[in-house]
Every structure is written in C-alpha cells, then in structure tokens.
Design a protein around this ligand. Structure first.
Ligand code: ZN
Length: 179
C-alpha cells in the first residue's frame, strides 16, 4: 500500500523519514508497536510486582511463645486474647494461646512441671491417640470431629498440645523449641 504525506499528500518513497516534497516528518510505523510493547512490559512488571508482594506477604511468619516454647506461624494469624490462659496448680504450669486467620484456628497448650524433669513423652503417651511424628517430634494425634485434630507430644519438661480447626493448619506450624 502506498503511503502519502499527511501534510501535502505527496506519495512517499518507501521507508522515507521525511516527505521529499514538503519536509514533513513521516510518522514511523514501528513507533506504535514500540509503544504497545512498552505498555506490555509495564503491565508485566506490575503483575510480577503484585505476585511477588503477595508471595512475600504469604510467606511472612511470626514467632510466638507459649510458656517457654517457641513456635513459628504465618503472620496472618491473629492472637485471640480470650483464648490466652495461664494457670499454675501444685507446681504444674499450664499455658494456652489461640490464633486464627481467615481460614483456620490454632491453639497451642504447654503444660510443664518446672524443673521437675518429668518424662513428658510418657505423659503425652498417657493421653493417647494415634502415634505419629509431626514437627520433628514423636507424639499422638486425635481427631475431634470432621476437620479438627490435636497432636500431643513431649519435649523436655513440657507436654505440648497443638489443636487445629483443620488438618491443613498443622502445616502452618513450626516448632522452634524450648527456650
Ligand atoms: Zn509532504
């Protein structure tokens, strides 16, 4: 298809940058493609930035402490103050804390006899359930209802009980250990 000057209408030579009659600049065809391409790059960068920040946010964690045991859970879990409880009865200290995000509820309880050197694994075994290994500890899990479970395991002087509203929430928990 022949191109004509936008100003004087002169038929242009192929690939001419300026009109040979009036000197008007010939709009470059590839400018449009360059702009379209640039826009695409900007869109791709924005999409990647959104995905990256979503990925970073979803991978952020918080360290939480129940008595002297430290755990790591995703940052979107919010502590439920009403589920925080500490009681000491005849030297046995029991602490419990609960967290929830928009999907799951987690509750962790730690019971210990400070300095008594109890066999916490034996205590965990006495509570019973199905033997399994989780968080790197041998323990016992129990199914409460359709979705909720608990896992009980012994550490040093500590017997830990992790309750989750959904089995998948076990995957959100990491046990960092006794302080
Ligand atoms: Zn012209």
């Amino acid at each position: 298809m022949d191109e004509h000057c936008r100003k004087c209408g002169e038929k242009l030579k192929e690939n001419a940058q300026f009109c040979q009659n009036c000197g008007e600049e010939v709009p470059r065809k590839n400018k449009f493609f360059l702009n379209k391409y640039s826009l695409l790059i900007v869109v791709v960068i924005i999409v990647l930035a959104i995905l990256a920040s979503a990925f970073i946010l979803s991978n952020q964690t918080q360290v939480v402490k129940v008595d002297n045991v430290r755990f790591e859970i995703p940052s979107d879990y919010v502590n439920e103050p009403s589920r925080t409880e500490v009681s000491t009865d005849e030297g046995v200290k029991s602490s419990a804390m609960g967290w929830s995000n928009d999907k799951y509820y987690i509750e962790i309880g730690v019971t210990r006899v400070p300095g008594a050197g109890i066999n916490s694994e034996e205590v965990a075994a006495s509570i019973g359930g199905t033997p399994t290994k989780m968080f790197g500890y041998s323990g016992y899990y129990q199914k409460y209802d359709e979705n909720s479970y608990s896992f009980v395991f012994g550490m040093k002087d500590e017997v830990c009980m992790v309750y989750v509203s959904n089995y998948d929430a076990f995957g959100d928990i990491k046990v960092l250990g006794v302080e």
